[in-house]
Design a binder for this molecule. Structure first.
Ligand code: SF4
Length: 486
């Protein structure tokens, strides 16, 4: 440990000013009600703050206090708090709460020892309630506190309980209540569990970074001429979730001319101004009718001559999957291809969509160059996924999907990554399950293709494997542009 804890926590306190207050603290400040703090804390376990806040609001409308909760059925509670994590179990805990509180004189107890006897209340929850609701010294150690205190070398512990006990011995009492909200906010924004942002951390010079692998800033490929433009394509798997992981900073760091995004899962009216108005870029959005589903977006520094959405086919266009920007000497198409789905239920739909895309791109290619990027949702060849044999009948690697890709490439388009690299083992998507990314059990399903007359305009094509935040990583194309519209 290289700096006193006061110094480290003072810097963190300054840095998190203006960041979002954790939902439980917010409810404590707004309501000053230990019952609501307790319920919100139970709801918040393994759940995002936004989801907790909405679920708590719905529940408190029907059950503003213990008596109100006693009148609800378990089924009703589960319905009100859905989709918080483990909502069924949490409904089971909450239905028991009014009865159990009777033993404490119908009040929420104010000691950790008593609180841990309540249903669904572990040590972390109990400490949080004691500190936030009753302002009594208690140290809530969640994963961020445990992690960061070990990174700083302030403690050397194996789990949150050991950290709590170690902090009780050495952390000055004046920090007990606030250390959790400070380090949760800092852990979510800067010192993240995976690839922390040490490069922009105010503690960089004093933090010993014990056990840390800082994020790598995406490599900038040197420009090969003033008209070499950099394009990025990235399936972000939910742009609102990505915002919390530093998406706006990432866009600036890419320093690209066009950034095409797939799976935004949002309508523009659900987005913050920071997401819609990234300095230097104009953004274009095409969303699905169904909320929280599909959707594509483009951030562009180049001004298009025109922009169009969809394929003139209502069955496809209602899913917000394709946008086409026209520039003076090329078209740029951003596509989120459908997934063939569980049991291949959407395979026919997908193949029809793919054929319509091909017609669209072929028509445009008669006029000028075409760049088509996105999540194609298909691994083309056995070298494009780790386990081809095991996946032969699975969505994304069925014979029909691979055949369509063959046809697409045979009929006038080039997979730009394969112009530079013909090796196996280069992937752009990894399942969230089975620790697949760490084990590099992936698929290459995100592509930049260009029409067959334009390979001389391709300066480079690459996969930005180290960029985290989604289950996909971005892919990049460096493309020569002759004319730029003003
Ligand atoms: S320098 Fe890196 S490891 Fe240390 S606190 Fe900052 S982000 Fe975390």
């Amino acid at each position: 440990m290289t700096a006193p804890i006061k110094h480290l926590l003072d810097i963190v306190a300054k840095e998190v000013e203006g960041l979002k207050v954790p939902v439980v603290d917010l409810i404590a400040v707004q309501t000053k009600d230990p019952f609501k703090v307790l319920v919100a804390t139970i709801l918040s376990a393994r759940t995002k703050d936004e989801t907790t806040a909405q679920a708590a609001e719905r529940l408190f409308k029907h059950a503003p206090d213990q008596q109100g909760l006693a009148h609800l059925s378990e089924e009703k509670i589960a319905k009100l708090i859905y989709p918080v994590g483990f909502y069924r179990n949490k409904a089971k805990y909450l239905i028991k709460l009014p009865n159990v509180l009777e033993a404490f004189g119908n009040r929420v107890p104010d000691t950790v020892e008593q609180l841990v006897t309540l249903p669904g209340v572990g040590r972390k929850t109990a400490n949080l309630v004691v500190s936030v609701a009753f302002h009594k010294p208690a140290i809530c150690v969640d994963t961020h506190v445990h992690r960061i205190m070990n990174i700083w070398g302030y403690v050397k512990t194996k789990d949150p309980l050991q950290t709590e006990m170690a902090l009780r011995k050495k952390l000055p009492k004046k920090y007990w209540i606030k250390v959790n909200s400070l380090l949760v906010a800092y852990g979510q924004a800067i010192c993240r569990p995976v690839a922390p942002h040490c490069d922009r951390c105010a503690l960089n010079e004093v933090c010993p970074q014990i056990g840390v692998t800082p994020r790598k800033i995406p490599k900038k490929i040197p420009a090969k001429g003033k008209n070499n433009k950099k394009f990025i394509s990235w399936n972000v798997n939910g742009i609102r979730a990505m915002e919390k992981k530093g998406f706006v900073d990432m866009i600036q760091e890419f320093d690209a001319d066009i950034i095409a995004i797939q799976e935004t899962k949002a309508h523009p009216d659900q987005l913050s101004d920071s997401l819609k108005n990234i300095p230097g870029y104009t953004s274009y959005w095409h969303s699905a009718e169904k909320k929280g589903y599909s959707g594509v977006a483009i951030y562009s520094r180049l001004t298009p001559l025109s922009i169009s959405f969809g394929l003139n086919e209502p069955a496809f266009d209602k899913e917000g999957r394709i946008q086409t920007l026209e520039f003076p000497d090329f078209f740029f198409i951003n596509i989120y291809f459908p997934n063939a789905g569980h049991g291949l239920k959407r395979l026919d739909y997908k193949i029809q969509f793919n054929k319509a895309v091909q017609d669209h791109a072929q028509k445009l290619a008669t006029q000028k160059s075409v760049v088509i990027c996105g999540d194609y949702n298909v691994a083309h060849k056995p070298i494009d996924l780790k386990n081809p044999k095991e996946n032969e009948s699975n969505a994304g690697y069925t014979l029909q999907e691979r055949k369509w890709m063959d046809t697409f490439l045979d009929n006038g388009f080039l997979d730009t990554f394969r112009l530079f690299n013909t090796e196996a083992g280069h992937y752009t998507w990894w399942s969230y399950r089975y620790n697949a990314r760490a084990r590099d059990i992936g698929w290459r399903i995100d592509y930049f293709c260009v029409d067959k007359n334009s390979p001389s305009r391709v300066a480079d094509a690459s996969i930005l494997k180290t960029v985290m935040g989604s289950d996909h990583c971005p892919v990049q194309l460096d493309f020569f542009v002759d004319k730029i519209s003003s």
